[in-house]
Design a protein around this ligand. Structure first.
Ligand code: URQ
Ligand code: ZN
Ligand code: ZN
Length: 479
């Protein structure tokens, strides 16, 4: 199986240049101007277009069992929708119930993901702690290629990790050479505010953002950062939605701490007025956590991406249809949290990022693909157009345009948070594993064609003694 892309401009996170790209059996074999077309190779004409690494979405929840229901998008339909939008890999989440062995949950999610039609990997959430969790974390890193562990600081009485769980998990992660990630909202504060708002008779979706103020994110972001600082583990904050959270990241990074931040396409462009929409279904469709925010936070997040204080973009693609969201008709805390985006992320970021001058083409590649690959240790296999890299490629037509709508999207959900948005800049071709999987609106996919991608551990960065020194604990005095 060989394919050549002719006449395009290759865009990587560091440099762009006119070049043809030749691939064979899923690997990029040659990059250069006026390459010979080997006999039998499929040819894609990319003149006037950009040839970029396929998008990597580091934050999705396909078919997640959550809040009494199951997300409507599964690994097959979700990875297909991603391919239609130029995303060729997702990193999803294994989320064990408290008391559920991590390895059990991991095997369940691996089974669900078999039907994916593009590559996938998993962060594993630590939602409880005992010696078995400690052991399973070791197995996951050493045998299963998991190098990232998630901590939900929200969702009290469900999957919330308290400081004790985070201390134990963070400490285990640094031993293993893994990175920790966190959903940073103060879960106790949210729980109490939800209760108070309901007592005040505020049961509609308009109460959702009131129960999750920016300070709830700012406090939790700082707490996660400070724990990671003392323990010496690299930290990645998912869906940073506020200036409050971003400012904590900037402070830590300026102090030399290894902290990374992720922005969702939705949080960059949608504000909290959606929760005051008169139609319940529309307001409820936007209920996700952290919530969409006032405009000042969107401006801060764009500046965070432009300045390199935030490194990646994602979608937190977690779909619930209107009939599922209706569970919270009389109590906003029962509305399943989650929205879609895996199909639209690249087009939305190109239109509002590159075409507005906020991001260069190279920075677009960095924040949609390369930085995620680097942070989660699969670069340059993923995230770069390079000889020897996986042939996961999006051919990008900067002149193509469309209006985003649930009526036409491939996502398995009856709502689109970007409904009606005009976007200019779209994939004309998406290549996954060296095979053409999307062309001009048509998917040519195979269920189960996606591969599980192992992500190697990092070099452990601190010895225990360094940690003691770092924590300024005096070495034992000889008496
Ligand atoms: O919190 C998350 O990331 C999961 C449960 C998806 N839902 C959401 O509202 N973000
Ligand atoms: Zn989250
Ligand atoms: Zn999530």
């Amino acid at each position: 199986m060989s394919l050549i892309i002719k006449g395009g401009t290759v865009v990587n996170a560091d440099i762009s240049k006119p070049a043809d790209v030749y691939m064979e059996n899923g690997i990029i074999k040659a990059i250069g101007e006026n390459l010979e077309v080997p006999s039998g190779a499929e040819v894609i004409d990319a003149s006037g277009q950009y040839v970029m690494p396929g998008g990597i979405d580091p934050h999705t929840h396909m078919q997640l069992p959550f809040m009494g229901t199951v997300a409507s998008e599964d690994f097959y339909t979700g990875t297909a929708a991603g391919l239609a939008g130029g995303t060729t890999m997702i990193i999803d989440f294994v989320i064990p119930d408290p008391e559920q062995p991590l390895m059990d949950a991991y095997k369940t999610w691996r089974g669900w993901a078999e039907k994916s039609c593009a590559d996938y990997s998993f962060h594993v959430a630590v939602t409880w702690w005992n010696e078995g969790v400690h052991k399973d974390m070791g197995t996951l890193v050493r045998e299963e290629g998991v190098n990232s562990f998630k901590h939900f600081m929200a969702y009290k009485n469900a999957i919330m990790a308290d400081d004790e769980i985070m201390y134990n998990s963070f400490s285990r992660a640094v031993e293993l050479g893994a990175i920790v990630t966190a959903h940073a909202e103060n879960g106790e504060l949210v729980f109490q505010l939800q209760k108070k708002l309901l007592e005040m008779g505020m049961t509609g979706p308009e109460a959702h953002p009131l129960s999750r103020p920016p300070a709830a994110e700012g406090e939790a972001a700082n707490r996660a950062i400070r724990l990671a600082e003392v323990i010496g583990v690299p930290l990645y904050l998912v869906h940073v939605s506020t200036k409050d959270g971003l400012d904590e990241i900037i402070r830590a990074r300026l102090a030399g701490q290894r902290v990374f931040g992720e922005a969702l396409a939705g949080h960059l462009l949608i504000d909290d007025s959606v929760y005051r929409h008169p139609d319940f279904a529309t307001a409820a469709a936007h209920v996700m956590s952290p919530p969409f925010r006032e405009k000042l936070h969107q401006d801060a997040l764009w500046k965070g991406l432009q300045s390199g204080s935030l490194q990646t973009t994602a979608t937190d693609h977690c779909c619930f249809c209107a009939d599922q969201k209706a569970a919270g008709k009389d109590d906003f805390t029962l509305i399943p949290n989650g929205t879609a985006g895996v199909e639209d992320r690249l087009a939305v970021l190109w239109t509002h990022g590159v075409s507005t001058g906020r991001l260069t083409r190279e920075e677009f590649v960095a924040v949609t693909s390369a930085n995620t690959a680097k942070i989660f240790n699969i670069y340059p296999r993923k995230g770069r157009i390079a000889v020897g890299a996986d042939a996961d490629i999006v051919v990008w037509d900067p002149e193509a345009h469309k209006t985003i709508s649930a009526k036409t999207h491939k996502q398995n959900i009856d709502f689109n948070i970007f409904e009606g948005m005009e976007v200019k800049g779209l994939p004309s071709h998406t290549i996954s594993g060296g095979k053409l999987r999307y062309k001009d609106g048509e998917l040519m996919i195979e269920k189960g064609d996606g591969n599980y991608i192992k992500r190697p551990a990092f070099q452990p960065m601190f010895s225990a003694l360094d940690l003691a020194a770092k924590a300024k604990m005096p070495t034992p005095v000889k008496r």
